[in-house]
Design a protein around this ligand. Structure first.
Ligand SMILES: O=C(O)CCC(=O)C(=O)O
Ligand SMILES: [Fe+2]
Length: 394
């Protein structure tokens, strides 16, 4: 993977803002300003600085200051990762998962999605145990590991563990801990950074279902997301929905219709447009086309590769036809019938498979409270069309 950052001269370098509001994957009010920022961006940055002076008196200091988001180089162009033959660690795992489960207690969150595990430390797993994590995540969509030491093992070990699953995505706009790089994605909210509801403006509700970064030929796979600080008054869960069960719930006739379709995915997502502006997001857009119904590379089960923020149109359809079909699917995947909510507790690490599950932040915590998280995303295989071999429920 090339690093385009090094090739982009930043005409005006500045490090005024230490806190990058990166509380949502694709949405961010401001970063260190550079010449590419519009006047509106600069105004927002100055607004944040003045808020910062006020808010630092009102809230306790962060528990993990070394993980505050920084972005001295400002926003960079999205990296177009060339197609590659991915290793899928879940494919070589022992189906019984002896390494992972020998001392672990497991509890399903719902029968369809999510498993909580206790009695196991991710940081202590052997390579075979890490393979088994990939298999279980592929099967269950989302795994919730409690009481982990992962947040305290240091950047190098964190990076090495997630790299076991594939090359890491480097985010073009999110902040990362000083001294690391954009493969660390700090998801951060506080009084300065705001939270999702400040950014999206007046709305009836603030979920934002998506799969991370599906605009390249290879797409994200076994993703790690860990908490450093939960909002003091509670809330800030993350919701996950099963793309396998969402597909299985459809009628065979409708499934067959969908199996032929392809979706155009773009990095000029809802959120990146909000971060860097429409003109720049379109100019630097990285695009890919993926089947709508994929065979999961590990389980081989059919899954709906539906991504409301990034997968924006059905190839070959007129705009109105595409909008009509996608509106139905975007609504369908959010059903409580196949989704769950994960509550963050100190020491929780979530590992999920982005081909099995889509997700949404739940920004229901008190305005101004700190929520501090870190995510790392490895790339897995290129999505392959599900050929309709295996017929599903109904
Ligand atoms: O904050 C969360 O719970 C989810 C954030 C998210 O979806 C992302 O950063 O891509
Ligand atoms: Fe996300």
């Amino acid at each position: 993977m090339g690093d385009r950052r090094n090739n982009r001269p930043l005409r005006l370098r500045s490090c005024i803002v230490r806190h990058i509001p990166a509380h949502h994957p694709h949405i961010c009010l401001a970063a260190a300003p550079n010449a590419n920022h519009s006047l509106t961006d600069i105004t927002k940055i100055h607004h944040i600085i003045s808020l910062s002076l006020y808010s630092s008196m009102a809230y306790p200091p962060p528990k993990y200051p070394a993980y505050l988001p920084t972005r001295p180089e400002g926003f960079t162009a999205t990296i177009n990762v060339p197609r590659f033959e991915a290793d899928e660690p879940g494919l070589r795992a022992d189906a019984a998962k002896p390494e992972l489960l020998k001392n672990a207690a497991t509890k399903n969150i719902t029968p369809r999605i999510g498993t909580e595990l206790s009695g196991v430390q991710l940081s202590q797993l052997s390579p075979a145990g890490l393979d088994e994590v990939a298999l279980l995540a592929a099967e269950r969509g989302v795994l919730v590991f409690r009481d982990q030491d992962f947040a305290d093992i240091g950047f190098d070990r964190q990076r090495a563990i997630v790299k076991h699953y594939g090359p890491l995505h480097e985010h073009p706009t999110m902040g990362y801990p000083a001294g690391t790089g954009p493969e660390f994605h700090v998801v951060y909210a506080d009084a300065d950074a705001g939270n999702l509801r400040d950014l999206l403006g007046p709305r009836s509700s603030y979920d934002l279902w998506h799969i991370d970064q599906t605009f390249t030929p290879n797409v994200p796979s076994t993703t790690f997301f860990w908490v450093l600080e939960t909002p003091a008054g509670g809330g800030g869960d993350t919701a996950f929905t099963s793309l396998v069960h969402a597909y299985a719930a459809l009628s065979p006739a409708y499934q067959q219709t969908l199996e032929k379709l392809h979706v155009q995915h773009t990095s000029a997502s809802v959120g990146e447009v909000a971060r860097v502006g429409q003109e720049r997001a379109l100019r630097e857009a990285v695009n890919a086309v993926h089947p709508l119904v994929i065979a999961h590379p590990v389980t081989k089960k059919p899954a709906l590769l539906v991504n409301p923020t990034i997968g924006r149109s059905i190839r070959g359809f007129h705009a109105s036809e595409s909008a009509h079909l996608l509106e139905f699917l975007h609504d369908h995947i959010r059903s409580l019938d196949f989704s769950c909510r994960v509550r963050w507790e100190p020491g929780t690490v979530v590992v999920w498979d982005q081909r099995t599950a889509a997700h949404s932040a739940v920004p229901d915590f008190e305005a101004g409270e700190r929520r501090h998280m870190v995510r790392m995303i490895p790339y897995g295989s290129e999505p392959k069309l599900f050929a309709g071999v295996e017929k599903t429920e109904q």
